[in-house]
Design a protein around this ligand. Structure first.
Ligand SMILES: Nc1nc2c(ncn2[C@@H]2O[C@H](COP(=O)(O)OP(=O)(O)OP(=O)(O)O)[C@@H](O)[C@H]2O)c(=O)[nH]1
Ligand SMILES: [Mg+2]
Length: 355
C-alpha cells in the first residue's frame, strides 16, 4: 500500500513529467493550462500580398512571396506564439476560377486548398489589394462564394498595400463598396450555425455582388511597411479560444526544411525571370544537411529543358543565377535564423553550371 508521502511525490513527478513533455508528445496539459489557440485562413486573389502579410504577422519569413502571381501553390501553415496564445495562419494559393486553372495549367490545389483552409479555420481573413486599379473596387466572385458558404465563421477584411495608394481618401469609398456599407461587430463567441445554402443559390447570390455585408472588422494595412498590422494581431489574439496548442513551442511551420528551401528558390526564380519562363522550372533538392551547430547546407538543381532557357537562367556571365542564389540564401537565413550555404546548379545541358 502506498504511503500518502509516496503518493504525493509520485504525483509531483507525474506533473513535472507532463509539463515537460506535453508538447513533445503532442498532448497538452489542457485542464491546468490557460493555453489559447486560433486558426486563421488567409484568402484572396493572386498577388494580393497574402504571404507577405502572414510573414509580417508571424515575424518570420515562412511563406515565399514574389511580384508574380501564383507564387503560393498549396496551403502553408505559419505559426506564432504570443503569451499563452498560439496563432496558426493558413496561407493559401490565390483564388482562381476553374477556367483560370485550366488556362494557366495550375494544379487542382489552387481550387481545393483555399476551400480546405476555410473548413479548418476559426477566422477568415480576406486580403484585398487596394492599389490594383482593376480589382480594387470589388471582391471577386470566388472569394464571395467562399465567404457565403462559411458565413457561420468570423471574417475580417484586410485592405493591403495602402502604402501604394496615393489618394488615401479613396479608402473610405472602397470600404463602403467592399462591405456594402455594413460591418458587423465581432462575435467573441461562436456564431450560431446558419442554414447552408446550395452551391447554385450561392453562385446566384454573389453574381452581381461587389462586397460582403458580414465582415466583423475592416483593417487597413501595409504588409510591406508593417503599418496597421498591430491592430490585426490584437484582434486575432482577442478571438483566440481556450484550448490546447496544436504545435510545439518554437515550431513555425509544418513544412519540411527541404520544401521551404525549394519554395524559396522558386519564388526567387519568379522574381528575376521574365514572363512565364519561371513557371516551367521545378527546382529539385540535390543535397541537404543540417549540421549539429544548426548550419544548413543545401544544393538545389534548376533543371532547364532547353539550352536557350539555360542561358536565360544563367544570365550574362552567370550574373542572374548568382543574384538569385544570393537572395534565396538570405531568404532562407531569414526563415531559419541560422547560417545557410546554398548552391544553385543550373542543369539540362551537358556541362553543369554551378553558382
Ligand atoms: N507596396 C506593397 N506591396 C506589397 C504589400 N504586400 C505585398 N506586396 C507585394 O505584392 C507582391 C505579391 O505578394 P505576395 O505576398 O507574394 O502575394 P500573394 O497574395 O501571396 O500572391 P500568390 O501567392 O501568388 O497568390 C510582392 O511583390 C510583395 O512584395 C504591401 O503592403 N505594399
Ligand atoms: Mg502567396
Amino acid at each position: 500500500m502506498y504511503s500518502v508521502k509516496f503518493r504525493y511525490v509520485h504525483f509531483q513527478r507525474q506533473l513535472v513529467y507532463s509539463l515537460a513533455f506535453r508538447h513533445v508528445s503532442g498532448n497538452s496539459f489542457y485542464e491546468n493550462s490557460n493555453e489559447k489557440i486560433l486558426k486563421v485562413a488567409i484568402i484572396g486573389p493572386p498577388n494580393a500580398g497574402k504571404s507577405t502579410l502572414v510573414n509580417a504577422l508571424v515575424g518570420r519569413r515562412v511563406c515565399s512571396a514574389s511580384k508574380k502571381v501564383h507564387t503560393t501553390r498549396h496551403n502553408i501553415k505559419a505559426i506564432t506564439v504570443d503569451g499563452s496564445t498560439q496563432l496558426v495562419f493558413l496561407d493559401t494559393p490565390g483564388i482562381v476560377t476553374g477556367h483560370e486553372m485550366q488556362r494557366h495549367r495550375l494544379e487542382r490545389a489552387f481550387i481545393s486548398n483555399p476551400e480546405e483552409a476555410m473548413l479548418e479555420a476559426d477566422v477568415i481573413g480576406v486580403v484585398h489589394d487596394v492599389s490594383n486599379k482593376w480589382t480594387a473596387k470589388h471582391l471577386d466572385h470566388r472569394t464571395l462564394r467562399l465567404l457565403e458558404l462559411h458565413s457561420d465563421k468570423n471574417s475580417i477584411l484586410i485592405l493591403n498595400k495602402i502604402d501604394a495608394l496615393h489618394k488615401k481618401y479613396k479608402l473610405l469609398e472602397l470600404i463602403n463598396i467592399l462591405t456594402n456599407k455594413s460591418v458587423k461587430s465581432s462575435c467573441p463567441v461562436e456564431k450560431p450555425k446558419v442554414t447552408k445554402l446550395s452551391e447554385i443559390s450561392v453562385m446566384k447570390m454573389v453574381k452581381d455582388q461587389h462586397g460582403w455585408s458580414e465582415f466583423n472588422e475592416v483593417f487597413m494595412v501595409s504588409s510591406l511597411t508593417g503599418s496597421g498590422l498591430g491592430d490585426v494581431k490584437e484582434y486575432l489574439l482577442q478571438q483566440a479560444k481556450l484550448g490546447p496548442w496544436i504545435y510545439k513551442p518554437g515550431q513555425f511551420t509544418d513544412e519540411s526544411p527541404e520544401d521551404l528551401i525549394l519554395q524559396t528558390v522558386h519564388s526567387r526564380l519568379l522574381e528575376y525571370l521574365p514572363q512565364e519562363i519561371p513557371y516551367i522550372l521545378e527546382p529539385e533538392m540535390e543535397f541537404f544537411k543540417i549540421h549539429p551547430d544548426g548550419r544548413i547546407v543545401s544544393v538545389v538543381l534548376v533543371n532547364c529543358p532547353s539550352p536557350h532557357l539555360e542561358k536565360l537562367v544563367m544570365g550574362p556571365k552567370g550574373k542572374r543565377i548568382k543574384l538569385i542564389a544570393q537572395e534565396a540564401e538570405q531568404d532562407i537565413r531569414n526563415t531559419f535564423h541560422e547560417n545557410v550555404y546554398l548552391k544553385l546548379v543550373v542543369t539540362g545541358h551537358p556541362n553543369k553550371n554551378v553558382r
